[in-house]
Design a protein around this ligand. Structure first.
Ligand code: 3SL
Length: 235
């Protein structure tokens, strides 16, 4: 039976060997939720980059640019990190490619590249990711993007939800991290969205008047896309 493990922060990734495994990178608030939404809305692919200047430069190659630091959209780009940027019609995104950089999510993607396969997870595509992993039948590591290296509730809660979905088909009992995430998922019932109101990042987003982003990002199974990050592109 394949195992499902959870890495609570990119800072801990040096302790994990991702080779031969599937990495599920998650930044519920909001990078991976935005990436899932972008592809569901017809974006052709996204290129995660490290620096804002790198992102801005890709406009010359025809890319839309999305850049966020500390929750705020940066100057001189088309989009920030709100999933509504791909939904509200202000920027036409269908059939466009996007260069994206965010505080934590794009870093977690870069650091996960040694995995056999890297997929992008969010509550928005939870069941689709679970189905994908069932088909792969490989060991899985959920890589939580966290916040500047720190543990965060929302990504861990996603790990618990995924482990709950896969508990009969994957070994979810050998890793204390997975057991803790499963316990967190249980503790958050019956309303995980309300539970997340206590998280630090929700408070951060509220102070940026991004509360509706949080409400959207905790919805489950809105999309059935499973973005795969390979050779520098998320498709
Ligand atoms: O850190 C990230 O990658 C972002 O998702 C943070 S924020 O939600 O845009 O503030």
């Amino acid at each position: 039976m394949p195992t499902l493990d959870i890495c609570f922060s990119p800072e801990l990734l040096t302790l994990y060997d991702l080779r031969g495994r599937v990495a599920v990178v998650v930044d519920v608030l909001r990078a991976t939720s935005s990436i899932v939404t972008a592809l569901a809305q017809g974006v052709t692919h996204l290129v995660p980059v490290s620096e804002v200047t790198e992102c801005q430069a890709m406009a010359a190659q025809g890319y839309l640019t999305a850049a966020e630091r500390d929750g705020r959209q940066m100057e001189g780009v088309d989009l920030g990190n709100s999933p509504f940027g791909y939904l509200d019609g202000i920027v036409a995104v269908r059939d466009r490619a996007v260069a994206i950089t965010t505080t934590n999510g794009t870093r977690a993607l870069h650091l996960s590249q040694t995995a056999d396969t890297v997929v992008v997870g969010a509550f928005l595509n939870l069941s689709a990711v679970a189905d994908f992993l069932r088909r792969q039948q490989k060991d899985v590591v959920v890589v939580c993007a966290g916040w500047k290296g720190n543990f965060c509730l929302e990504d861990t809660l996603f790990g618990g939800a995924l482990a709950h979905h896969l508990a009969t088909e994957f070994n979810t009992t050998d890793s204390d991290a997975t057991l803790a995430a499963l316990d967190l998922w249980q503790a958050a019932q019956p309303d995980a969205a309300s539970y997340l109101l206590k998280s630090a990042h929700v408070r951060r987003l509220n102070s940026l008047e991004s509360h509706k982003d949080m409400e959207f990002c905790v919805r489950q199974d809105v999309y059935d896309v499973v973005p795969v990050y390979s050779e520098g592109r998320i498709v």
